[in-house]
Design a protein around this ligand. Structure first.
Ligand SMILES: Nc1ncnc2c1ncn2[C@@H]1O[C@H](COP(=O)(O)OP(=O)(O)O)[C@@H](O)[C@H]1O
Ligand SMILES: [Mg+2]
Length: 269
């Protein structure tokens, strides 16, 4: 049954990661890029993943997305093993990945059309998500006519139009200027509250993580440290909506997470 008139998925999914490990290259060669990763994300939670470059954040996300097989361990989403990409798990990367030959509204309509949803449902979803990301006036434009921030809004709307039960985002705001970035953070936070979708969001920015997340997963290690990337600590944020980035609580969390991220990271001479 297509869902019309609400942007709440009927089934936000939980994610279970068990003893996950990844080794690139031939079996038996090289060390694990990432190992011993265990993580449970309840349905509807917003989790941010932070950690120094090379600790396996993108590897984890690509395995969750089904783009990359794990070497060991399991990932299930809503109880089902992940083995390949699926529109139920929407993915947003730093480079927007829009179809340049389609207009903004056609980009957003693409997924629902592929799913062969009835025309009125496609139209309704396109209108709704154009509005959710503030791009109604730009529906007929093409990606190259938009700023980076607007293109990333389209990428988010395009994923949301599939009514995903999970959204996986890898440094999606990394290429944007600070002002655009903070306005997209606020929008994403609002969209998350409205949709209830489970989100796993990788970022370099500790401030971004504390602003967005219910919990922050701090990863460490990686090839340059001689140990596989792994989870160092999971920090519950415990702040409500409308977070004040200047509050003492916010800054104490930033300080704590920053210390965890930088612990054992030597500055190259
Ligand atoms: N396709 C690949 N082939 C070989 N090694 C890779 C590949 N992708 C990532 N790696 C290695 O795996 C480790 C983790 O990388 P990545 O997941 O991209 O980390 P992060 O996103 O945290 O910077 C790094 O040592 C990286 O060089
Ligand atoms: Mg990465």
């Amino acid at each position: 049954m297509p869902r019309i008139g609400t942007i709440r998925p009927t089934r936000p999914a939980d994610i279970e990661v068990r003893d996950l490990g990844k080794r690139y290259g031939r079996a038996g060669s090289g060390i694990f890029a990432m190992d011993d990763v265990d993580l449970t994300v309840p349905a509807g939670e917003f989790v941010c993943v932070v950690g120094a470059s090379g600790c396996g954040k993108s590897t984890l996300l690509r395995i969750l997305a089904g783009f990359e097989p794990a070497t060991k361990g399991t990932v299930t989403v809503a109880g089902e093993a992940v083995s390949k990409p699926d529109p139920e798990r929407g993915v947003v990367f730093q480079d927007y990945g829009l179809f340049p030959w389609l207009s903004v509204s056609e980009n957003i309509a693409y997924g629902p059309r592929q799913a062969r949803l009835p025309r009125d449902v496609v139209r309704e979803r396109t209108t709704r998500f154009l509005e959710a990301v503030g791009l109604t006036r730009f529906a007929a434009k093409f990606p190259h006519e938009l700023s980076g921030g607007m293109q990333q809004r389209v990428a988010i709307a395009r994923v949301l139009a599939n009514d995903p039960s999970v959204m996986l985002m890898d440094e999606p705001f990394g290429a944007l200027d600070a002002l655009t970035r903070s306005s997209l953070q606020a929008e994403l936070s609002k969209i998350h509250r409205e949709t209830g979708t489970t989100v796993v969001f990788v970022t370099h920015s500790i401030e971004e993580a504390v602003f967005l997340a219910d919990r922050v997963v701090v990863m460490a290690g990686g090839a340059s440290h001689g140990v596989p990337g792994h989870i160092r600590e999971i920090v519950p944020i415990g702040l409500g909506a409308d977070r004040d980035v200047t509050s003492p609580e916010f800054n104490e969390l930033k300080r704590h997470i920053s210390a965890l991220v930088h612990q054992g990271v030597e500055v190259a001479a």
